[in-house]
Design a protein around this ligand. Structure first.
Ligand code: FE
Length: 132
């Protein structure tokens, strides 16, 4: 279990950039190939940009060609939660931070074997800590 973080809209606006707020709190999507971590090849851990919850490892990052940072799995079972998303006339599975509920992106079933999952994540939802 993780300790959940609950903040008001005003509190989130104080600690997030306008672009981060749009994605994390309003479920926005950054333009493909626009995010700072799409081509990041460094070894490290990706954290939630809202609450610093560890979310993904560079070990599980792959080049999907989608234009968004892509991972085969979350770094731990306490990292993310999945929710059905029926917006925009599509059936998708939304991925949110398990600690703060921030919108991260979606998970699809067209990922590489053996797991077959592709976590399609907005760079704006992430911060990155490089391994020493
Ligand atoms: Fe978070």
């Amino acid at each position: 279990m993780v300790d959940r973080i609950v903040k008001s809209e005003q509190e989130w606006k104080k600690i997030l950039s306008a672009e981060q707020f749009e994605v994390l709190r309003l479920k926005g999507t950054e333009k493909p190939f626009s995010g700072e971590y799409v081509d990041n090849k460094k070894d490290g851990i990706y954290l939630c940009a809202g609450c610093s919850n560890p979310l993904f490892s560079s070990d599980d990052k792959f080049d999907s060609g989608s234009g968004w940072p892509s991972f085969t799995r979350a770094v731990s079972k306490d990292s993310v939660e999945k929710r059905e998303d029926l917006s925009f006339g599509m059936v998708r599975v939304e991925v949110v931070c398990a600690r703060c509920g921030g919108h991260l992106g979606h998970v699809f079933t067209d990922g590489p074997k053996p797991g077959g999952l592709r976590y399609c994540i907005n760079s704006l939802s992430l911060s990155f800590t490089e391994n020493e």
